[in-house]
Design a protein around this ligand. Structure first.
Ligand SMILES: CC(C)[C@H](NC(=O)[C@H](C)N)C(=O)O
Length: 615
């Protein structure tokens, strides 16, 4: 470990810097931007791909969507284990990025309807092919995105020396902004691509392009990461820390069980039963981690609500009017409101709100912020329920209107003007109609119609589905509350997980934090399946109430939590061990240090000489 630290100091001293930041981190943040573009771009159109391309119903589409998201946040544990115990972060990122890119390409191919459209009517004839290929694609993406997630941020952090704490903090903020920048751009662009018509034999909504561009961005992410290869500090895998933790906990439990009889004196903490075999420092570190993990128990409920932006809220938007005057917003584009608000709210919170609260003399601790974040997310779902009631009322009466009569009643809903051509041989006639957003019509063409004359008047229409009358702008309050909640909950939670984790278990706690996201997505599936509520708004109210209850439980747990400084605790344990075997070890350590410094200087000289000969 000492040798590694010396090597790292030496490496960082030698590496190129721009404005005090290692040049290598620019490749890492660009990689993160492209990767998040790829992930969120694909995710933005996913639920609509399920519904309109694979022709699944809303419930199945929502279930598979959340299973996929859950899987994306389960795999970080796998990535952390592979990186820490076997490949190291650099190789893990490279290999899993390749898997990820293959998955994105599979998704793009699965969305080409022409592949199985043998009768060329615009719909696939072998749906099984498309379903299987897209499921394989999603599995590979989940493996890739989740696997690299805990590695990329930690790998970025590794590029800084102990003296660059300020720069490292700034790096993490820029990293979060890159996540949201990538997410913002992709959630604007991929729905536009999806709305295009494309195809070889027949034109259909272009899901293949909407998945193809994220696939290309993932390839760019990989290439950018590889280009920076020579500049990175690559820490060696530290051994399977997760394995050590599990073994130590297992030993403590079994040892406690073996000594369950009253004749054995009890110990202060059940983990102390591992002292017979394991290092006291490791036990202290596990205790710190368990304390935080215990606090994590209620957290998945936040993610249960948060991640419904991409499913239920997008489906809700499909029943709303997206006409914003100059532009028409696609339902899946509404999700962009989240990263837009993140990019504005994070700086506002950090530089105005939090300092103001501090000035008022209030101690707004991380756990208090997270509690408020949960409350805001519950409020967002109350807003979603109110909007849903509005939609339900507006769509209640499905009546058949004469088109002209309908247009007289709702002239303000007119947003699309389409022209149809009827043709028979050389004769043709055209008629135009205006349509409301989300509406559906049947036109009656009289058999007596003579082509060549004006058919505008002769053709009448019946409205099958009324245009959406509730405006998508009404979703903005729910997006505002959920994003304000995210800033307070997620940004603070990430920082809290890092600051309360022992030095060698930062990655373990990051994986634990991401696990709460995975569990949250499973809860959506369970609640939606078990509750099976007939009205969507009642489901929103149910989720809001559940989060409110969890928020109260969390605030009680947070009240009893005492903040720690892991570095101080670890130093205390190291000092204690040092006191025990003092002088002998001290001399030995000094000697080792001297030898290593000499080794490094020598290798440095050789490196320098090598460079001179090459020149
Ligand atoms: C899951 C994380 C909270 C994070 N997501 C966001 O920041 C969204 C886009 N606001 C991520 O790492 O993707």
């Amino acid at each position: 470990q000492l040798k590694d630290r010396l090597y790292k100091c030496h490496f960082i001293k030698q590496s190129k810097e721009v404005c005090g930041y290692p040049l290598s981190i620019f490749f890492i943040v660009v990689n993160e931007f492209c990767e998040r573009f790829s992930y969120y771009g694909m995710r933005a159109v996913l639920v609509l791909y399920f519904k309109y391309f694979l022709r699944w119903d809303d419930d199945l589409a929502t279930s598979i969507y959340h299973t996929f998201v859950a899987l994306c946040y389960l795999t970080p544990i796998l990535g952390a284990i592979v990186a820490d115990s076997w490949l190291g972060k650099f190789k893990t990122i490279i290999y899993l990025s390749i898997v990820y890119a293959i998955g994105q390409v599979a998704m793009a191919v699965s969305a080409i309807h022409d592949i199985t459209d043998t009768d060329r009517d615009g719909t696939p004839n072998n749906m099984t092919f498309h379903v299987v290929l897209s499921m394989v694609g999603l599995f590979l993406i989940a493996l890739g995105t989740g696997g690299i997630k805990p590695c990329v941020a930690a790998f970025g952090g590794d590029q800084f020396g102990d003296h660059q704490e300020r720069q490292r903090r700034t790096f993490f903020s820029v990293f979060y902004l890159c996540i949201n920048g990538g997410s913002l751009l992709s959630t604007i662009i991929t729905p536009i691509l999806r709305a295009q018509n494309c195809g070889i034999y027949s034109k259909q909504k272009c899901y293949s392009l909407a998945f193809g561009v994220p696939a290309a961005l993932m390839v760019v992410a990989l290439v950018v990461f590889i280009v920076g290869s020579g500049m990175y500090y690559k820490a060696k895998p530290e051994g399977n820390i997760m394995g050590d933790v599990c073994k130590c906990i297992g030993f403590a439990i079994s040892n406690r069980y073996k000594h369950r009889s009253k004749q054995y004196p009890s110990r202060e903490h059940w983990m102390d039963w591992a002292e017979d075999k394991y290092d006291k420092l490791l036990i202290a570190q596990i205790k710190m981690v368990l304390k935080v993990l215990f606090l994590y128990i209620p957290l998945p409920m936040f993610w249960t609500l948060f991640d419904q932006k991409g499913s239920r809220w997008t489906l809700q938007a499909t029943t709303m009017d997206g006409n914003f005057g100059a532009i028409v917003i696609q339902p899946d584009q509404m999700q962009t409101v989240n990263p837009i608000l993140i990019l504005t709210l994070v700086p506002i919170m950090d530089s105005v709100i939090y300092p103001l609260i501090k000035k008022c003399g209030l101690n707004f601790t991380p756990l208090k912020r997270m509690t408020v974040g949960m409350f805001l997310a519950a409020l967002a779902f109350v807003c979603a329920a109110v909007v849903q009631i509005e939609i339900d009322v507006s769509r209640k009466h499905l009546t058949y209107f004469n088109l002209t009569q309908f247009l007289k009643i709702f002239p303000f809903l007119i947003i699309i003007r389409a022209t149809f051509f009827l043709q028979s041989g050389q004769l043709s006639c055209a008629f135009s109609r205006d349509f409301g957003f989300g509406s559906s019509y049947t036109f009656f063409i009289p058999s007596t119609l003579s082509l060549g004359s004006n058919c505008q008047e002769s053709i009448t229409g019946a409205e099958d589905i009324k245009p959406n009358s509730v405006h998508m702008a009404l979703q903005v309050p729910q997006y505002f509350f959920i994003t304000a909640g995210e800033v307070m909950f997620s940004v603070t939670g990430l920082e809290f997980s890092y600051s309360q984790a022992p030095s060698n278990m930062k990655a373990v706690l990051q994986a634990g934090w991401l696990l709460t996201v995975a569990i949250g997505n499973f809860i959506v599936l369970i609640v939606a399946e078990v509750a099976k509520l007939p009205k969507q708004w009642t489901e929103y109210v149910l989720f809001a109430s559940l989060l409110l209850c969890v928020c109260i439980i969390f605030s009680i747990m947070a009240y009893f939590y005492t903040y720690i400084d892991p570095t101080e605790i670890e130093a205390k344990f190291r000092r204690n061990v040092g006191d025990d075997d003092d002088d002998k070890n001290d001399k030995q350590r000094k000697l080792e240090m001297e030898m290593m410094k000499r080794d490094l200087d020598r290798s440095d000289d050789e490196h320098y000489k090598g460079k001179q000969t090459k020149m």
